[in-house]
Design a protein around this ligand. Structure first.
Ligand code: COA
Ligand code: ZN
Length: 336
């Protein structure tokens, strides 16, 4: 049997209305990198605008040390004052017990805990060995469970570490197992510095889903090397249905050399919509929110959709179109 036309008819890249949950991380992963401090009221307005777009989850802020991440030193006020929409999960990044207590106090729906599957990156980012991190996070999980607050664990450098190189898949899955054993229901596989490539993503995603069908896996990609959308599609093909993405394509970890923007929310929503997936997100509303970013952060944003508009955003013909067409038609009739 020929592989050509047959394979083109395979429904691999066709959404058929399949639900994909879009999780916005721009106000955390995005703003944590910015030099400018975005005023608290503007952050709240931005989260409120995002809440109205149909996103499944919003990572509002992080409850980290204000000296480590000064851009998010207003985490409590932002988390308390946003308008909560039913159906949207408001999550926050939490590095330690202190952060968990602050987040729970501020009525955060879900704590997003973070550690790295790379020993080197864990020390650089969190100043702890992996075993110290795990012991600390196990305590945080217990506190969250006692308070009835959901927990997600984000594993950094799953697809490679900028200092160590590749991290063996068995080691990655070993960390997943340890958190699943604690009763954690959500795990995010993070490509912290854009080292993931599609075939690797498909392999790791399929392995994780096959081993823990009951766990909600999120994929978190950075577009550092231009492979972001390709990685999203490869993960979808391997069964993933939850993605982190950042408004405008902002983002990056300040403790990971070479890190740059997350995959861009409006680019992913735009592409998946064309392909027939159901993200539930209103693209126009998302783009309108992204268009306000340059004013807030003081520089241009990577978003291709803000630059070019959606695919069928049509443009007027040139002013002298009629004259050009008439000349072309004349030549055609003359047989030239
Ligand atoms: N919230 C508020 N303050 C915190 C805090 C938290 N969650 N965790 C620590 N602090 C404060 C401590 O009170 C201490 O303050 P002081 O200097 O006024 O006494 C200071 O931060 C240092 O505390 P220490 O326990 O020594 O922690 P550390 O310096 O080893 O920092 C982290 C550990 C992980 C909390 C800190 O490095 C951090 O927040 N890093 C940011 C990680 C991050 O968000 N990376 C990007 C996302 S992947
Ligand atoms: Zn990230």
């Amino acid at each position: 049997m020929s592989a050509g036309p047959e394979s083109l008819q395979r429904p691999v890249w066709q959404g058929h209305g399949r639900r994909i949950h879009m999780q916005e991380v721009g106000t955390r992963d995005g703003l944590q990198m910015e030099q400018a401090f975005v005023p608290t009221d503007d952050k709240i307005a931005l989260v409120n605008a995002l809440s109205a777009t149909g996103l499944a989850k919003i990572e509002v802020t992080s409850f980290t040390s204000p000296t480590a991440i000064p851009a998010l030193r207003d985490a409590e006020i932002v988390m308390r004052e946003i308008e909560r929409r039913p159906g949207v999960v408001y999550t926050a990044l939490v590095p330690n017990l202190r952060g968990a207590e602050r987040a729970i106090e501020a009525r955060t729906d879900e704590l997003n805990l973070v550690m790295s599957v790379s020993a080197t990156h864990n020390i650089a980012n969190l100043r702890m060995t992996q075993e110290q991190s795990f012991a600390a996070l196990a305590q945080v999980v217990a506190v969250a469970q006692a308070a009835g607050v959901a927990v997600n664990v984000s594993l950094s450098c799953v697809f490679g570490c900028p200092m160590e190189g590749d991290v063996p898949e068995a080691a990655v899955l070993g960390w997943v197992q340890r958190f699943v054993d604690l009763g954690v229901g959500g795990i995010t596989l993070c490509d912290t510095t854009g080292m993931a490539f599609p075939t690797q993503v498909a392999q790791v995603t399929a392995a994780a889903r096959a081993r823990w069908p009951g766990v909600d896996f999120t994929l978190h990609f950075h577009n550092t090397r231009g492979m972001g959308l390709a990685n999203v599609l490869a993960a979808i093909d391997a069964g993933a249905d939850r993605f982190d993405a950042s408004l405008g394509g902002l983002g990056g970890c300040p403790y990971a050399p070479g890190a740059s923007g997350n995959v861009c929310s409006e680019e992913i929503v735009h592409a998946l919509g064309l392909m027939g997936y159901d993200t539930g997100v209103d693209l126009a509303a998302l783009v309108a929110a992204a268009e306000r970013l340059p004013e807030l952060i003081g520089h241009d944003i990577p978003s291709q959709i803000v630059k070019a508009g959606p695919r069928l955003h049509l443009h007027p013909v040139p002013a002298d179109f009629d004259a050009i067409r008439d000349r072309a038609l004349q030549r055609e009739r003359g047989g030239a």
